[in-house]
Design a protein around this ligand. Structure first.
Ligand SMILES: [Zn+2]
Length: 328
């Protein structure tokens, strides 16, 4: 079978994984940064960086294997927040190359001959810290990281958890130069109706598709039900397949993004969504025009197993609309 995800998506919905950093934080291998004076993008915060790939590779390999056994066809190398700048703020800048290469190697070993490996590229946090004047610096960091991922042998790139469309478009320009298939998903915070820099989901979808993303969509921040209106707006705007990687945390009407809730990062267990919500979301994925499905923060292999079950139920419904009535 071809190792091109675009061919896979033509055959049916492709199932990914997600939520590595938070799950490994729960297991004690990743720092959340909550014991620092500033959480989030504050100066000096070094939270949620992926040095686990070199410090405790067996823990990372084990989680990859859990996802693969649960049904993940694409494993994301744990290269989220592994740009040189972010790693430098966490004290790991000099190991940027080692961390990225180790993450790809571990994911490839776990994926075996069947699965695909995605390089995960996230926002640099420089747009939040410095504003658009950071553009040149941002571009340099993406170029460096994507070259490492390509050299490591990833099958595709997933650009995810971008709050600023402007930064996403820089990432897309760098990603296009690698000639790898690109999945691009924005995260909507603090509002569902626009990116942090003021672009609607529809506009984000159009611009990302126009800049070379093969699949576009949303990831992180919201649970499936609250993410759905974003995806539907994107669905209306583009005719390429969508990608969705929702978070597994309940958000609220006033704060529809879990990283702005007081439960982040130490009390997230109190807002965890049931895995059945992921199953139900997956069961209607085809009807919603999704081509790629996974999870994000709060997700673990139980949620992906539920999604695999939902996808099966959804395809049975396509054959027999009476089957499993009401489950989606
Ligand atoms: Zn997330």
């Amino acid at each position: 079978m071809t190792r091109n995800i675009l061919e896979w998506v033509k055959q049916g919905i492709v199932l990914g994984d997600g939520g590595y950093l938070l799950e490994l934080e729960r297991r004690g291998y990743v720092q959340s940064g909550s014991d620092r004076t500033t959480v989030g993008t504050g100066k000096g915060s070094g939270q949620y960086t992926p040095e686990v790939g070199i410090e405790n590779p067996a823990a990372l390999r084990g989680l990859h294997e859990e996802f693969r056994m649960a049904g993940s066809q694409v494993l994301q190398a744990l290269t989220f927040f592994a740009t040189r700048g972010k790693l430098t703020r966490a004290g790991y800048g000099s190991q940027t190359e080692t961390i990225n290469r180790a993450a790809v190697r571990i994911a490839r070993e776990a994926a075996g001959s069947e699965g695909l490996v995605a390089g995960s590229v996230s926002r640099t946090q420089l747009f939040e810290r410095e504003g658009p004047s950071a553009s040149g610096h941002v571009r340099d960091q993406f170029v460096e990281q994507m070259a490492l991922l390509k050299a490591g042998g990833v099958d595709l790139l997933i650009l995810e958890t971008f709050f600023h469309l402007e930064e996403m478009l820089i990432a897309l320009a760098c990603a296009r130069a690698t000639n790898l298939p690109i999945v691009a998903t924005m995260s909507f915070r603090p509002r569902l109706t626009e990116s942090t820099d003021g672009h609607s989901p529809a506009e984000c979808a159009r611009r990302m598709a126009g800049e070379g993303a093969a699949l576009v969509g949303a990831n992180c921040e919201q649970e499936p039900a609250r993410m759905l209106p974003i995806l539907r707006e994107m669905r209306e705007a583009v005719d390429i397949p969508l990608a969705a990687q929702p978070a597994a945390f309940h958000t609220t009407d006033t704060t529809p993004c879990f990283t702005r809730l007081p439960q982040f990062p130490d009390d997230l267990e109190t807002i965890q969504v049931a895995r059945s919500e992921f199953r139900n979301f997956a069961a209607r994925a085809k009807a919603e025009g999704l081509g790629f499905l996974g999870g994000c923060c709060g997700c673990n292999s139980a949620y992906i197993r539920a999604m695999a079950s939902g996808l099966k139920a959804g395809s049975r419904q396509q054959v027999n609309p009476e089957a499993e009535e009401g489950s989606a």
